[in-house]
Design a protein around this ligand. Structure first.
Ligand code: FAD
Length: 461
């Protein structure tokens, strides 16, 4: 029987019995298998390979993916699981998140039926580990500007480029490399372990998530069979769709770390005596604990509601961004307060809060920084892009179907749009970060050397 966790507003009553059962299974597993050993791995910056077969036995890989041996959980259950891993340890949560949410979801959403059948069952059993290779040394927040290239050569694609920060990149069996094809459109290419030209170096010197590995990857003439290109990925917009579908789980993970830290701080405050009484009896400490609990309770309710919207197919990218932005910031403050309440013990690994405090820094950054999430929300609520105020991007025009409408009216020749999708003019910047460096939709525009660009302007009212 797993221990109870913080639930001040009886949020458990909003959950389905099977959601509670899955969550409690992960909680009990973590109490037995993860918490007792994880500090040592973290300190040594080692990945706990021994845990992988045990995690596999839980049968939870794939999260919300339906079929192919995956559990097909509700988004609420997937979120609860993500929070529970993080409540025990951010590194294990990251391993599971990259494999289950990013890699498996990419294949489930963007692969053909044949590709799903080929890769997902072994991944669901965790016999094969997945990775998601988007970020590059020069392209983090502006991942849409990625430079890794994919060139068609007979029955293969040849990949060249570099990636950075790729979780599981050095151990994965299937690494999805996002690369730009000769037509300028971004595609997903599954690189299988052992493919010549692929090399991955584990990144060292990290001060967060030390028990999971990220890799710097070099792709030097990596040849993948044409059938390893994800069949339904046509532009960066499709990559964004995967990120939009997984981002809400990062909000849950922030909640998990915050909850663990609050609980450890509360226990310490009741135990630790100063000036002749438990520090939990001091007004200033109680004030901190009460504010932590208030934030955690609101985070729980937001996570639950967001996941319900996801289950109903109503979660938008901005809704997920709002939660990621809010929860990462709130969790960061909670974890810092918890660390403070533990005093000197708060920087000793053996008390766990130090690890959560360090790990929280990575969660603030990955899958879109705080500022990037704020820009996504800001664009949605103002309908103005902060990058080029008032200007719809090609992505936005495409979202609204206007680009297609303009194309249909013969406003451009079929070969013009691919040219517009050359680097930095990709059409899929669903994160709102990339825009044409001109004001579209307000006045005629022209870019040197790119004839026909003006057709992307909205016609005068
Ligand atoms: C532990 C960890 C694991 C990761 N795992 C993966 C993975 O598995 N796969 C993968 O592909 N990537 C992964 N990443 C990469 C991650 O997604 C990027 O680190 C993240 O998107 C930020 O990019 P960056 O680090 O290059 O920072 P930058 O983009 O250089 O940002 C630096 C600062 O500039 C700010 N900034 C950037 N653009 C703007 C703007 N337009 N307006 C205002 N502020 C802006 C940012 O908010 C940030 O504060 C991982 C990263 C970490 C730390």
């Amino acid at each position: 029987m797993a221990e109870q966790s913080t639930d001040f507003y009886a949020v458990d009553e909003l959950l389905e019995p099977d959601e509670i059962a899955i969550r409690d299974r992960v909680r009990a597993f973590c109490e037995k298998e993860v918490t007792p050993v994880i500090n040592g791995y973290w300190e040594r910056a080692e990945f706990p390979f021994d845990l992988v077969p045990k995690i596999a036995e839980l049968g939870l890989s794939g999260g919300t993916v339906q079929g192919y041996g995956s559990p097909g959980m509700s988004a609420v259950a997937a979120g609860l699981v993500a929070a529970e891993w993080a409540r025990a340890d951010g590194s294990i949560g990251t391993f599971y998140g990259v494999h289950s949410f990013l890699a498996m979801q990419s294949i489930a959403l963007l692969g053909s039926e044949e590709q799903r059948e080929r890769w997902l069952p072994a991944m669901a059993r965790l016999e094969k580990i997945g990775a998601f290779g988007l970020t590059e040394p020069k392209h983090g927040s502006d991942a849409v500007g990625l430079e890794t290239s994919a060139r068609r050569d007979g029955d293969s694609f040849v990949l060249d480029g570099a990636k950075k920060w790729i979780g599981n990149g050095s151990i994965a069996d299937y690494v999805i490399i996002w690369a730009r094809g000769q037509d300028g459109a971004v595609g997903g290419y599954v690189v299988e372990k052992g493919t010549p030209g692929y090399s991955a170096t584990v990144m060292t010197g990290k001060t967060a998530l030390r028990a999971v590995w990220q890799a710097e990857i070099t792709l030097d003439g990596v040849r993948v069979p044409a059938e390893n290109k994800l069949a339904n990925c046509h532009s960066f917009k499709d990559v964004s769709a995967v990120l939009d579908r997984t981002r809400y789980t990062v909000a849950w993970r922030a909640l998990g770390l915050a909850t663990a830290s609050y609980e450890l701080a509360l226990a310490h405050a009741l135990r630790r005596e100063q000036f002749g009484s438990p520090i939990g009896g001091f007004q200033l400490v109680q004030d901190k604990l009460a504010r932590m609990l208030a934030e955690i309770t609101s985070m729980q309710l937001m996570c639950w509601r967001l996941s319900k919207l996801a289950d109903a197919g109503r979660m938008t990218a901005a809704m997920a961004s709002l939660a990621k932005m809010n929860h990462a910031a709130k969790a960061r403050a909670i974890v810092a307060d918890a660390r403070d309440i533990l005093g000197g013990d708060g920087i000793l690994l053996e008390n766990h809060v130090a690890r959560h405090h360090a790990d929280m820094e990575a969660i603030v950054t990955f899958e879109g920084t705080d500022s990037v999430q704020a820009l996504i929300v800001g664009r949605e609520i103002t309908e103005l892009s902060a990058s080029a105020a008032g200007s719809p991007s090609v992505a936005e025009l495409t979202d609204r179907g206007e680009a297609d409408a303009l194309r249909a009216r013969g406003a451009t020749s079929p070969d013009t749009l691919p040219r517009l999708r050359s680097p930095h003019l990709d059409d899929g910047a669903a994160d709102g970060q990339l825009h044409l460096p001109v004001e579209l939709g307000r006045r005629p525009v022209r870019l040197d050397g790119v004839p026909g660009i003006g057709v992307l302007c909205r016609p005068p009212a």
